[in-house]
Design a protein around this ligand. Structure first.
Ligand code: PLP
Length: 377
């Protein structure tokens, strides 16, 4: 059995450190916010090369509060991609603004900068590029458009801890960056968690208030806020895990390089890392026109896979009211039909990579053989 992710293997490797950190919180009883969360905010912001970090309860809340800090609300439009996890789009809807989609670049699965201008209207207030799978979007042309048109840029870096664009860290490439610490993420909590990072002191102040009932100080509520606080135990666990993140990221990159090598010429398309990117491979997604059969074949051999994501957001029933139809974002739609995520986690061994690659290659070879047989029949 080769799991898609192996949280147990990671826990075992840091058990003593994590147990001690949790014990520490049990001793102080700082169960929500507190000193561990404050220390983690400072350390993670520094890791992202940003001035401020504000811990929140989920990545979705990070996006919601980032949008509110940028003053997005009813009547506004926010441009993003349909090929993302639903949270990106839901967070826009929470503010009362309207999500407006543009297609992806099929090479990177990220927003196509050339498609943005055509989607801008008088109501457009912001762009949310999603650094999907751990590879940063092509930020320079996005930031150039935003500057020229007076738009805010909010990075959905929920899959991109430690990713880099032209040598600079994801999350601090634009006005505000949003991270998720969902357990399976590259930096994952033992529960839920998220963070907003920014260089903008005013945005930071607003997000800090909004996550804790809009209070400037206890019981002095200056904004209508939320209960989006990060828990103390999560702060303590994440501090421990942050110390290992670079090692884990390099292990992911090594596993990706091994897959690339082993799958070359196999008939499936391997991910393309752009020259400007440090890809952190939250997901290693191959593309194949024969996904269902390949996934079934891998599962039959005990290899778990995932699909991120089978339906682009514009075609999900929940967003039918936006009025989009099939065919409007052909690259996103085709990606949704073809992507297959292979097992990817830092503890994945060279042998496990080889087993997976052999199974993928074996399936492709079988397919060619049966095609040839059908041709001669
Ligand atoms: C691209 C993207 N955006 C937003 C989120 C939302 O994060 P969370 O699950 O922590 O709310 C996730 C992860 O789940 C994600 O992958």
């Amino acid at each position: 059995m080769i799991p898609f992710v192996d949280l147990k293997a990671q826990y075992v490797s840091i058990k003593d450190e994590v147990n001690a950190a949790i014990q520490g919180v049990l001793q102080t009883c700082q169960f929500t916010l507190g000193t561990e969360v404050a220390a983690f905010e400072a350390e993670f912001a520094a890791y992202c090369e940003a001035k401020h970090g504000i811990g929140v309860n989920t990545g979705t809340s990070a996006l919601h509060l980032a949008l509110l800090a940028a003053n997005i609300g009813p009547g506004d439009e926010v441009i993003t991609v349909p090929f993302t996890f639903v949270a990106t789009v839901s967070a826009i809807c929470y503010t009362g603004a309207r999500p407006v989609f543009v297609d992806i670049d099929p090479r990177t699965f990220n927003i196509d900068p050339d498609a943005i201008e055509a989607a801008i209207t008088d109501r457009t207030k912001a762009i949310i590029p999603v650094h999907l799978y751990g590879q940063p979007a092509d930020m320079d042309p996005i930031l150039e458009i935003a500057r020229r048109r007076g738009l805010a840029v909010i990075e959905d870096a929920c899959q991109a801890h430690g990713a880099e664009y032209k040598g600079r860290r994801a999350g601090s490439l634009a006005d505000i960056g949003c991270f998720s610490f969902y357990p399976g993420k590259n930096l994952g909590a033992y529960g839920e968690g998220g963070m907003v990072v920014t260089d903008n002191a005013e945005y930071a102040r607003t997000v800090r208030m909004l996550r804790d009932w809009g209070a400037e100080r206890k019981y002095h509520h200056v904004l209508k806020g939320y209960n989006y606080r990060l828990e103390g135990i999560q702060g303590a666990v994440l501090r421990v895990k942050l110390r290992h993140l670079e090692t884990w990221t390099e292990a992911r990159r090594a596993a990706a390089a091994r897959y690339d090598r082993l799958l070359a010429g196999s008939g499936v398309r391997t991910p393309e890392a752009m020259p400007y990117a440090r890809h952190v491979y939250h997901i290693y997604a191959i593309r194949t026109s024969n996904r269902r059969a390949l996934q079934d074949a891998l599962h039959a051999q005990g290899i778990q896979t995932g699909i991120h994501y089978p339906t682009p957001v514009h075609l999900l029933p929940a967003f039918a009211d936006l009025g989009y139809a099939r065919g409007e974002f052909p690259h996103a739609e085709q990606a949704a039909e073809e992507v297959l995520s292979l097992p990817m986690f830092p503890e994945l061994t060279a042998e496990q990579c080889e087993v997976v690659a052999r199974a993928v290659r074996g399936h492709a070879a079988e397919r060619l053989e049966s095609k040839a047989l059908a041709g001669t029949a």
